[in-house]
Write a protein that binds this ligand. Sequence first.
Ligand code: HEC
Length: 132
Amino acid sequence: MIATKSKMFKMTGRLGIITATLFCAGSAFGQDPAKKDSVSTIPAEVMTVIKPSCMPCHSNEGRDKPKAKVNFSVWEQYNPMEKTMLAASILDEVKKGSMPPKGFLKSHPEVALSETQIAQIAQWCESLKAKP
Ligand code: HEC
């Protein structure tokens, strides 16, 4: 009887740990991205621009070389210093008109950045540079 009781206790103890683990994982998944500030998360209006124009290459779906330079799929995982440096680099590329690359625009002219879109990205980058 005592043995059964301690076995029962072990089982409930283990269950408790499993439940706690699941709970933690669940709350991490359940985070509301809208609640995050524009530093850690890419703002929705910037994402609308970046998704078709940059993410075919600079995302988990992209090729190794552009992905290694900047991967917008994992933006939140860059540390503040990396974000600041990337912001400067993105700003530079976009202002020079070097990104998206000319070759890509030949086959995908619809993803060329408009003046407004360049301004949107620039504004976001400036805000990141201001908050290291
Ligand atoms: C067709 C694929 C493609 C698209 C689309 C594209 N890039 Fe790139 N990007 C590249 C490649 C390839 C490199 C690496 C170039 C090199 O190393 O010479 C690069 C490099 C970069 C770099 C690093 C530059 C450096 O010299 O360190 C930045 C920043 C960048 N891209 C931003 C962007 C942004 C912002 C967009 C969207 C507006 C974009 N890219 C769209 C392919 C792409």
